[in-house]
Design a protein around this ligand. Structure first.
Ligand SMILES: *[C@@H]1O[C@H](CO)[C@@H](O)[C@H](O)[C@H]1NC(C)=O
Length: 241
């Protein structure tokens, strides 16, 4: 029965008896090989980034935005990595002057970093790199604490990320990914702007400030009103959200 179902075994044993050992080895090796190739293909074609694929702990909580308005936020931490993805994607944040946002906390490198992506088309909304005072331990303790409850966080913007400074060049990106390989997938298709070293925001008519909610802080993001042109068909219009 087994032989009929498995084409490899069927092929190897179809003439029965004679010298089965070599054929058996071939059967075992090719079965493993097929399995290996198959799972590699699955991995390659799985459109989800690595941090969404494996097992991860989920955390969900509410955040009060004043006037009894409550939005839902969530985070997940892929098992075996010092990495947390936080999603503030409730569309009700828009009514309170916030933008929807996903932030990626990577604690695996020399210094913890956060990559902030404001919701919008990839080619228009950069990956903003900043630092954090959280550690993996404090972030996880915080998540366990707020899971299923209403998080009490101050809503005063504590930080400004300047999204108008020049994006990193290829070399800078490679250097960043060398230390923090986990964020490569988060930044795919986006310009990467390292806001850690300031740069002095020149507020102008071409800029505007939007607010987003991170795990521990509220940040102002300075955006260019008219983002740089790209070759994409989407660059014909300006997407606000
Ligand atoms: C968070 O709370 C939800 C619902 O109460 C629960 O299913 C989940 O396991 C909790 N997450 C963790 C990591 O404890």
């Amino acid at each position: 029965m087994m032989r009929k179902n498995n084409p490899v075994l069927h092929f190897c044993f179809r003439r029965g008896n004679s010298v089965p050992s070599l054929k058996l080895v071939f059967a075992v090796v090719s079965t493993f090989y097929i399995h290996f190739v198959y799972s590699a293909v699955i991995r390659e074609t799985d459109p989800r980034p690595w941090f969404e694929r494996g097992h991860h702990d989920q955390y969900t909580w509410s955040r009060e935005l004043g006037d009894d308005y409550v939005v839902t936020e969530r985070a997940y931490a892929p098992k075996g990595y010092s990495f947390v993805v936080m999603k503030s994607r409730d569309k009700d944040v828009l009514y309170h002057g916030y933008r929807r946002c996903t932030s990626y906390y990577d604690f695996s490198g020399k210094e913890p970093i956060v990559v902030v992506t404001v919701k919008g088309p990839k080619e228009k909304k950069p990956c903003l790199v900043t630092d954090t005072e959280l550690t993996y331990k404090t972030a996880m303790a915080d998540l366990v604490d707020r899971n299923g409850s209403t998080a009490a966080t101050s809503l005063k913007p504590l930080k400004t990320l300047d999204g108008t400074i020049a994006p990193m060049d290829l070399q800078g990106e490679q250097e960043l990914f060398k230390h923090n390989p986990g964020i490569r997938a988060a930044c795919r298709g986006r310009r990467i702007i390292d806001t850690r070293h300031g740069g002095g925001t020149a507020f102008s008519d071409n800029n505007r400030v939007v607010k987003v909610l991170l795990l521990d802080v509220v940040v102002n993001v300075v955006q260019q009103k008219v983002p740089p042109k790209t070759s994409s068909w989407r660059s014909s219009g300006f997407f606000d959200l």
